[in-house]
Design a protein around this ligand. Sequence first.
Ligand SMILES: NC(=O)C1=CN([C@@H]2O[C@H](COP(=O)(O)OP(=O)(O)OC[C@H]3O[C@@H](n4cnc5c(N)ncnc54)[C@H](O)[C@@H]3O)[C@@H](O)[C@H]2O)C=CC1
Ligand SMILES: C[C@H](CCC(=O)O)[C@H]1CC[C@H]2[C@@H]3[C@H](O)C[C@@H]4CC(=O)CC[C@]4(C)[C@H]3CC[C@]12C
Length: 275
Amino acid sequence: MSIAIDLAGKTALVTGGGRGLGKAVALAFAEAGADVYIGNRKKEEGNQTVSEIVNMGRRSGFSRCDVSVDADVKHLVEDAVEFGSGTLNCLVNVAGVISTDDFMLTTDEEIRRIFDINVIGTQHVLKYGLQVMQKQGFGNIETFSSIAGRGGMGMLPMYCATKAAVINMTQSAAKNAAPYGIRVNSIAPGIIRTNMWEEILDGMASGGDPKSRRKDVSEEEREALWQDSVKSLIPLGRAQKPEDIAYAAVFIASDLAREITGQVIAIDGGTTMTY
Ligand SMILES: NC(=O)C1=CN([C@@H]2O[C@H](COP(=O)(O)OP(=O)(O)OC[C@H]3O[C@@H](n4cnc5c(N)ncnc54)[C@H](O)[C@@H]3O)[C@@H](O)[C@H]2O)C=CC1
Ligand SMILES: C[C@H](CCC(=O)O)[C@H]1CC[C@H]2[C@@H]3[C@H](O)C[C@@H]4CC(=O)CC[C@]4(C)[C@H]3CC[C@]12C
């Protein structure tokens, strides 16, 4: 006997599916058999993921969407439901941005930018996803928080605040959704070298003053900062890969996780085991 995850016949919607962790999540859902609809800000990246999924023999589609814009998310969810012939089984909101500004030096404009996307964007996705799933009486939603949302830190203060809000909203949504048979959980990735981490490395090299951001950080300097972060922060001693996060997202969407809701699932090689 063996245990397998089979999402054949299910429809999944992934925001931020054009690159990084969102793309890995979209491909993993397709690998598990699901048809996958992509929402992304950049059309070319979204379409690239779509063609990779189609090449795997699954159905896929794309709508341009800025998650911070209510009407964009409304249309995206409507498009995904139409793509799924009236059903949406899984919704994963991966879209998110970083801010490396220091607490004392950041601007209201920068705070609004990151809250608009990470917090208000998550609320839009939860709201429209739950509307559909409450009507159909089933479904699974996953938000993307971060281990940085588990507590305040000396750097990335506004990012940490947005991810703490994502965790809290996920728990509220899970409470509201449970009577309808809908599960809502948050994936908290650890340290994965995507485009976002290149920004974090720039922030580490520059310090938190947005006025003195360096544009000359060399590859060697980045690599040294990266290796140091991995070595000092991750008990298992290695960075996580996009597929490590994606496979956890697929597991949470599957029936194997049918009793898991309202949880924050850290995939971090042990970084937060003592938080
Ligand atoms: N890479 C890492 O180490 C970690 C990442 N995360 C979270 O995982 C998620 C994905 O991050 P990465 O793949 O690393 O970053 P990334 O920068 O490579 O990808 C972010 C994705 O979000 C999309 N996006 C950004 N703003 C958007 C908007 N307003 N509307 C729609 N899409 C938008 C981008 O187009 C891109 O596809 C983010 O929520 C991030 O906070 C959390 C913890 C660790
Ligand atoms: C950037 C990481 C989060 C990944 C992401 O969401 O994109 C941060 C996760 C763990 C952090 C470090 C850890 O908390 C220890 C130190 C705490 C502190 O006060 C600032 C420096 C830290 C090394 C911190 C740096 C950012 C993380 C790696």
